[in-house]
Design a protein around this ligand. Structure first.
Ligand SMILES: [Zn+2]
Length: 170
């Protein structure tokens, strides 16, 4: 990974650490639970109304210049990825999500409810991934499921990739 300007890095990380310790970590409006079929997920502990901020996602900042994040990494801005801390890291994708991500501060993302969310509902957002060979099959179970964890306008490309993948001899 690129060694960042130490000063800048320190400054940004300090903001993240501060946020992390006084907000997300003690946030008990959401909870990480086992989903039964998709590993772990994040669940609402109380009801959320449309437009309400559900939680803040903070974490480690990774320069886009040399990407070395995990599969959980989120887009922060043109220069940075956010490697989310828990509980953000456990949010699952859905093709019919109940939340969306917005940029909240320079170093964090906000999860905002886009519909009424009852307590004990799993919180999801649209990962909107680009189509690549490795995109996993989607298990969101929604009626308009795209079949893969991929952005809506990348479905065509994804289908093409999946077809080619099948043809390739092992
Ligand atoms: Zn789906």
């Amino acid at each position: 990974m690129t060694t960042l300007d130490k000063q800048r890095r320190k400054k940004l990380q300090a903001v993240v650490d501060k946020d992390y310790s006084y907000r997300s970590y003690y946030d008990d409006d959401v909870e990480v639970r086992a989903t039964g079929k998709c590993g772990y997920g994040v669940y609402a502990v109380r009801q959320f109304l449309p437009g309400e901020l559900v939680m803040e996602v903070t974490g480690q900042l990774i320069s886009k210049k040399e990407y070395e994040g995990s599969e959980y990494v989120m887009d922060l801005d043109t220069k940075w990825y956010l490697e989310p801390s828990t509980p953000g890291a456990f949010m699952n994708h859905s093709c019919s999500p109940n939340c969306e991500l917005v940029q909240l501060t320079k170093t964090s993302l906000g999860v905002v409810a886009i519909c009424n969310i009852e307590a004990d509902t799993q919180l999801t957002f649209d990962y909107a991934w680009e189509a690549f060979d490795w995109n996993p099959k989607c298990q969101c179970g929604s009626r308009n499921c795209r079949g893969w964890v991929v952005a809506e306008d990348e479905v065509k490309k994804m289908k093409r990739l999946a077809k080619n993948r099948k043809k390739k001899p092992r």
